[in-house]
Design a protein around this ligand. Structure first.
Ligand code: ZN
Ligand code: ZN
Length: 355
């Protein structure tokens, strides 16, 4: 079985051939059709997150050690079942998106159905082998979500970028749908959040991005307004928004996002571009605002998202397909911000490439 392996942090992925996989116990075997490329993959290949001030958060401290197979936005065909697999044999041959944020099943977060916040995670493409491979073992069939007629390349992106967007939107106030929402960053995540917000009934969605093309895409996707953070006037954004979701997450976007909040607003930070800020404390309670972190989403949220997409309520995010063999090139392009929507690596042997 061929895969693309990270053999050392900071190095390119290497094509390797390994023995065939056979599912045991409750495991199921998936033949990978598509695997989306994410900023997190770029950070893992590099080996750390930038904490600012020359400080780093090493991937080794998150339980990641090469050699490892990256890729956590996975869709594929069910091809074999372990003897105790909790899925019937007539499902073999169907295409599923895989929930990658697999927990230990025992810690307090897993018990609360928030496996994505597990204290001892087994996330696909992070602590367990991911989707840059021909086939992948999944520990339990409950992590498979049937995509029906959906494009497997698009469905793959729901496992991280879509789910992360929905997870962030679900952290906004219950009344947020009819109040102004600002999305910072109009790349793959921002577009996905815009589409999901529209599908959920958000009426006033503004997208801020320094890139004119991304602002134009946002308008075409139904954004109410767009902002260029480098040239907009204070009266265009200061105190104008009940909710802000920051898909970039650096000191400049943090400052912009907090200024944009009105009294009582919520600022949700998702992006991991990195850096550090110094925060005056009295305004947090005087305004009073909420600063909330958000990390991917739950299995239940992925099921909700796939149902929304299968019911035709969700506008598709822009997808660009590349063959799996181009994994390093794809990671370079995501690192450089050279992607209009979402990059997806596809297996040449699958029909996914031609759709
Ligand atoms: Zn991701
Ligand atoms: Zn756990």
């Amino acid at each position: 079985m061929d895969n693309y392996t990270l053999t050392e942090f900071g190095e390119p992925l290497v094509m390797r051939c390994e023995p065939e996989l056979a599912p045991r116990g409750t495991e199921v075997l998936i033949e990978v059709s598509c695997c989306g490329v994410c900023q997190t993959d770029v950070s893992i290949r590099k080996g750390y997150y930038d904490l600012g001030g020359g400080k780093k958060y090493a991937m080794r401290d998150r339980g990641m050690t090469p050699p490892m197979i990256l890729g956590h936005e996975i869709s594929g065909r069910l091809v074999a079942l372990g003897p105790d697999a909790a899925i019937s044999e007539d499902q073999i041959g169907r295409t599923f998106v895989i929930y990658p944020w697999i927990g230990c099943g025992e810690c307090v977060m897993c018990q609360g159905a928030e496996e994505n916040l597990c204290l001892a995670p087994r996330f696909l493409g992070l602590q367990r082998p991911g989707g840059h491979a021909e086939r992948i073992l999944i520990p339990h069939a409950r992590y498979l979500v049937d995509i029906g007629h959906l494009d497997p390349a698009l469905a793959a992106t729901y496992a991280c970028s879509g789910l992360t967007s929905l997870g962030a939107l679900n952290k906004l106030a219950p009344q947020a749908k009819t109040l102004p929402l600002l999305l910072i960053g109009g790349g793959g995540l921002g577009q996905s959040a815009l589409n999901i917000a529209r599908a959920l009934g958000y009426t006033h969605v503004t997208v801020a991005d320094v890139d004119r093309t991304k602002r134009e895409i946002a308008v075409a996707s139904g954004a109410t307004h767009t902002l260029d953070p480098l040239s907009c006037r204070d009266e265009d954004f200061v105190g104008q928004f009940a909710s802000v979701i920051d898909f970039v997450g650096n000191p400049a976007t943090y400052e912009f996002g907090l200024k944009a909040l009105r009294r009582g607003g919520r600022y949700v930070i998702v992006g991991l571009a990195g850096g550090e800020v110094s925060q005056a404390l009295p305004p947090v309670s005087l305004r009073p605002i909420s600063i909330i972190g958000s990390l991917t989403g739950s299995l239940e949220e992925l099921r909700t998202l796939i149902e929304l997409a299968r019911n035709g309520k969700l506008k598709p995010t822009m997808i660009e397909r590349l063959p799996r063999e181009d994994a390093n090139h794809a990671l370079d392009r995501v690192r450089d911000g050279d992607v209009a929507g979402r990059l997806v690596l596809v297996s040449k042997s699958r029909d996914a490439y031609d759709r």
